[in-house]
Design a protein around this ligand. Structure first.
Ligand code: ATP
Ligand SMILES: Cc1cn([C@H]2C[C@H](O)[C@@H](COP(=O)(O)O)O2)c(=O)[nH]c1=O
Length: 210
């Protein structure tokens, strides 16, 4: 049953997570499935404020551990205020990024250590992990080119990191996928958008009846 599940979308910049989630959400709501779409960092007032602090282009002095702690704090508040109450009401929550982003970006690409970042996040999530995660696989350079072309998308502090950082994020995700292979489904995000949506829809049908 798809009811009351927690499903997360992960991947590098410009992989298409938000676009696919928006298209999927319309389909699910039309089929009468009670689903909500939210994002990290953000989704509720306090966490959106933390997002603004983390992603502000002027905050170049931000220490990596501070960054990791801010993501974890935003995650905690979003979970207790929005995600868990929605799931308890039987809604399915689709979240654009979650803990795996912290493991790949802060743990691996920033060099803090995947285990260390997992440990501070364990305190934040207190055992609450996704039922299923989609990893949108794309060459990071191609993803960055997509966001450079997008007129609506303003580049944030993390987008502005150099290509070597984004390549490390991808390597970090590969380690995370190996570690959590039962939970994470890899989607080829370089395909045309309709095919990506269809691949996600098919995988959801395999895992949950709806
Ligand atoms: N499969 C696709 N093929 C071509 N362009 C795509 C595809 N998916 C998304 N795009 C385009 O790429 C851009 C980035 O997409 P989107 O914002 O959905 O990515 P994202 O994974 O949410 O990125 P970020 O995590 O950086 O916010 C948008 O302009 C979108 O229209
Ligand atoms: C949750 C989370 C996110 N990030 C990074 C990944 C992106 O660069 C930004 C979020 O922007 P988006 O347009 O919403 O994808 O934040 C991170 O480094 N660590 C995290 O835990």
């Amino acid at each position: 049953m798809l009811k009351g599940k927690f499903i997360t979308f992960e991947g590098p910049e410009g992989a298409g997570k938000t676009t696919v989630l928006e298209l999927l959400m319309v389909e699910l709501q039309q089929s009468g499935i009670e689903a909500i779409f939210t994002r990290e960092p953000g989704g509720i007032s306090i966490s959106e404020k933390i997002r603004e602090v983390i992603l502000n282009k002027e905050h170049t002095e931000m220490d990596s551990r501070t960054e990791a702690l801010l993501y974890a704090a935003a995650r905690r508040q979003h979970l207790v205020e929005k995600v868990i109450p929605s799931i308890n009401k039987g809604k399915t929550v689709f979240c654009d990024r979650f803990i795996d982003s912290s493991l790949a970006y802060q743990g691996y690409a920033r060099g803090l250590g995947i285990d260390e970042v997992l440990s501070i996040n364990e305190f934040a999530i207190n055992g609450f992990m996704p039922d299923l995660t989609f990893y949108f696989k794309i060459d990071p350079e191609k993803g960055l080119k997509r966001i450079a072309k997008s007129e609506e998308r303003e580049k944030n502090r993390l987008d502005l990191e150099d290509l070597s950082f984004h390549k490390k994020v991808q390597e970090g995700y590969e380690k995370v996928i190996t570690r959590f292979k039962k939970r994470i489904i890899v989607i080829d995000a370089e395909k045309p958008i309709e095919e990506v949506v269809s691949d996600v829809r098919d995988a959801l049908k395999v895992h949950f009846e709806f």
